[in-house]
Design a protein around this ligand. Sequence first.
Ligand SMILES: Cc1ncc(COP(=O)(O)O)c(C=O)c1O
Length: 362
Amino acid sequence: MPKEQILLNAGDPDVEAPQYAINEALLGIIEGGMNTHYPHYSGYPEKFKDAVVDYYKRFTGVEYEPEHVIPAAGSSAALYVALATVLKEGDEVLMFTPYYMGHKSIFDGMGVKMNTVPLLKEKNYHPDPGVIAEYVTPKTKAILLCNPANPTGTVFNEEECKVLGDLAVDHDMVILADEIYLHFVYDDNKFVSIAGLSDEYKERTLGIMSFSKTFSMTGWRLGYDIVPDKYLEKANQIRGMTAPRPATFVFRAGISCLRGDFKYVDERRAEYEKRRNYFVKAVDQLGWPCHMFEGAFYAWFDVRRTGMGSGEFLEKLNESQNVRLSPGSRFGADGFIRVPLVKPVPVLKEVVKRLKDFEASL
Ligand SMILES: Cc1ncc(COP(=O)(O)O)c(C=O)c1O
């Protein structure tokens, strides 16, 4: 009998949103009226912005005014608004590789060239601070910092953030801070929001945030930008043109999340940590060096010793074991494989078993 398919090629959590968020959305739909009409009749966008300001201060220490918050239908929409606000065709952006392919696809679409600083396995996927400046050219208008990073899980420390922040100040670059995984950080690693390190950084940082991972709300499409004064008018203009706004009752659910006790999020973090501790070690023992990641929830392992590219490796794995994972080539790192740990340990054990069988068949 063919093996049942295991799909682990997207970072889509395996649980539902917190019950209080579901209740709020349902109540909103049932009550109707201002919950189900254009959001500006409801006051929810304003209440949402207030909740974001309080949340941000609580978890990052950085203070904003409600007008700096631009809600969007998921952080992919928020990313587009932020990137289109500060970059145009022909510009360059400094970022790290391996990178999240969603960033690349927006840059490709805009005609923005990526100058990618390598994060190396040998350095535990942290940058060599001394070389970063070499990737800045007169056309480099922004630094994209995905912290914690997808796919490597790198949690950039304060010193690294300062190197990037100073570089941005010295070369008058904008900082694009995608911090959607900030709640998923393990061991002694500590999340630092770059905007909180100095006012000079803050006034040039656009933050990008999402409910998708933190509250397992990938299909709800709720995210936002945090935009400093200098870029606010342009960002609002771009948002107005593309109109990727959340549904009114989804705002209501979002507020309940941001104002909640975060027990749900703590439990998710503990669960991802448990999965990480099991899966990373188990894959590593197969002889495919697997990175004990610091943040987010992606396992990342090295299959270069097989002599196969990641596409070929995964094609063969899928053919023989019916497991779908993501090729590192999509993240700018051929020879590596990404596994989002969005299934419980028993399923991950089955994945390891199939990887082992596959390894034995090579
Ligand atoms: C780093 C990063 N940013 C943004 C997104 C987009 O998330 P969403 O549009 O669901 O908010 C993802 C999704 O995987 C991601 O990993």
